[in-house]
Design a protein around this ligand. Structure first.
Ligand code: IDP
Ligand code: MG
Length: 139
């Protein structure tokens, strides 16, 4: 069944000029771009987007990082795109992410407070529906 996912090129990726390279990988994998918008997240939006992380030790640094500049918000579509993009992204810790992945090839640790890891991808159909509703309510 075809599905959609919410992808973010986070502020580190936009600042480093990697938005094009990351979009290239999404398109090269064969997924379809449905919506795309460059936008700076607010703390209010992030409290919804990252609701499962509110109160964790890295939450405040995460919000500071995510509000530090624009993110490129993307909705992509395709068969098993949720799993497929998580695979393209690699593991959360960019230092340990396998080469060949976005985080493994292009990311590394810059700060002890928060892992700046270039991208976000929804982790389940329920998360994708919820996150697309937050970032693109018109969809
Ligand atoms: P994910 O982005 O791979 O789904 P999550 O566990 O959902 O990872 O965490 C959301 C974001 O919070 C991560 O992408 C990363 O930026 C940050 N983060 C997660 N765990 C840690 C941690 O243990 N220390 C610092 N930052 C973290
Ligand atoms: Mg997550």
């Amino acid at each position: 069944m075809t599905e959609r996912t919410l992808i973010l090129v986070k502020p580190d990726g936009v600042k480093r000029g990697l938005a094009g390279e990351i979009l290239r990988r999404i398109e090269a994998k064969g997924y379809t771009l449905v919506a795309i918008d460059l936008r700076t997240a607010t703390a209010e939006l992030l409290a919804k987007h990252y609701e499962e992380h509110v109160g964790k030790p890295f939450y405040e640094p995460l919000v500071e990082f995510m509000t530090s500049g624009p993110s490129l918000a993307i909705v992509a579509e395709g068969e098993r795109v949720i799993e497929g993009f998580r695979s393209l992204a690699g593991t959360t810790d960019p230092t340990a992410a396998p080469p060949g992945t976005i985080r493994g090839d292009l990311g590394r640790q810059w700060s002890t407070a928060v892992l700046q890891n270039l991208v976000h991808g929804s982790d389940s159909p329920e998360s994708a529906d919820r996150e697309i509703g937050i970032w693109f309510p018109a969809l």
